[in-house]
Design a protein around this ligand. Structure first.
Ligand code: PEP
Ligand code: MN
Length: 349
């Protein structure tokens, strides 16, 4: 940040500001002109607290933050992309990754059919919720550990990596025994106890954007996980709540390139929750590939009309197969673009 002192500040006043800034762990470089002194602040510390305390000092005219408050996830911290290895595949690298599967794990037959179907169509990971965040307490809440066991079985059958939701910090250890990727749902994006617990977890985290959260808030939540020790975070745009009702949520498609400018973390798109309608999923999926997402997470059910949750936005297996075929030329172009990126092979700290 840059601190601009008021005109004709005294030496004592400048030193006072310097001392205040240094208390937050920063280093200070001042540029002293004829009438005005400008202080540059560098290093890593609690930027918000520092900024607020300095802004309140009477001798300070203006404070301009330069660095993003999300340090570790920011492009300023790491220039290249973060590549995350998951069960033999890599997200954030040279391949566009499609995760697919039902909203909820419902039965052995359902999850096995879904897993075999999406694997044969080219998905690299299987999604499926065993702990479900439902708006109504009367709706299906998930099969819990029984569901996790079925997901494990599906991985053994197909080799697909498992993405499944964790809703509470108390469940992190249990779910980490079964999952390859720990999903934080939109409703828990700011469950800070959960984010801190996932910072201590050794599994990658898929962090979905909150229902009414800004891109910056999403990045701050990712920062929690990384600052607490886990660098492997995948961000997910899944639509936000607006006045629009034709779609279930409003897909903020521009958030994807915006995130790519702001962070080195991989970013994926969820076209299913973003639209709520299976007819809109293919178009939005194409948009996701074309706009530079690192992958998709798509809801697929062997019999969507019988699904206990999110049937209306789920593709059946033939529809998913068709989607993957349609995406192929887009994914080929994506790959060419990714390979020609400067610095695509090395992340520079
Ligand atoms: C889900 O992935 O099934 C889900 C509940 O998504 P979201 O948290 O984005 O609503
Ligand atoms: Mn769902």
């Amino acid at each position: 940040m840059i601190i601009s002192m008021k005109l004709h500040s005294t030496r004592e006043q400048i030193d006072e500001v310097r001392k205040q800034v240094e208390q937050f762990g920063y280093k200070v470089h001042s540029i002293e002109g004829e009438e005005r002194v400008v202080i540059g602040v560098v290093g890593i510390g609690d930027v918000t607290a520092c900024l607020e305390s300095v802004e309140a000092m009477p001798q300070v005219e203006k404070v301009v933050p330069i660095s993003a408050p999300y340090k570790f996830v920011s492009k300023e911290f790491r220039k290249g992309r973060t590549r995350i290895k998951i069960n033999g595949t890599e997200i954030g690298g040279d391949e566009f990754i499609v995760m697919a599967g039902p909203c909820s794990v419902e039965s052995e037959k359902q999850i096995m059919q879904a897993a075999e179907g999406v694997a044969a169509a080219g998905a690299k990971m299987l999604r499926g919720g065993a702990f479900k965040p439902r708006t109504s307490p009367y709706d299906f809440q998930g099969m819990e550990e029984e569901g996790l066991k079925l997901l494990k079985k599906a991985r053994e059958l197909t080799g697909l990596a498992i993405v499944t939701e964790v809703m509470s910090d108390r469940d992190v250890d249990l779910i980490a025994q079964y999952a390859d990727v720990m999903q934080v749902g939109a409703r828990n994006m700011q469950n800070f106890m959960l984010l801190k617990a996932l910072g201590k977890c050794r599994r990658p985290v898929l962090l979905k954007r909150g229902l009414s959260s800004t891109v910056k808030e999403l990045l701050m939540s990712a920062e929690y996980i990384v600052a607490h020790g886990n660098p492997d975070v995948i961000l997910c745009e899944r639509g936000i709540r607006t006045f629009e009702t034709v779609t279930r949520n409003t897909c903020d498609i521009a958030a994807i390139p915006a995130l790519n400018e702001l962070t080195h973390l991989p970013v994926i798109l969820d076209p299913s929750h973003a639209t709520g309608k299976r007819s809109l999923v293919p178009a939005l999926s194409r948009a996701g590939v074309a706009i530079g997402a690192d992958g998709l997470i798509v809801e697929v059910h062997p019999a969507p009309e019988k699904a206990v949750s999110d049937g209306a936005q789920s593709l059946d297996i033939p529809q998913f197969r068709k989607l993957m075929q349609e995406l192929r030329p887009y994914m080929d172009l994506w790959q060419l673009a990714r390979k020609s990126e400067v610095g695509s092979t090395a992340a520079v700290a």
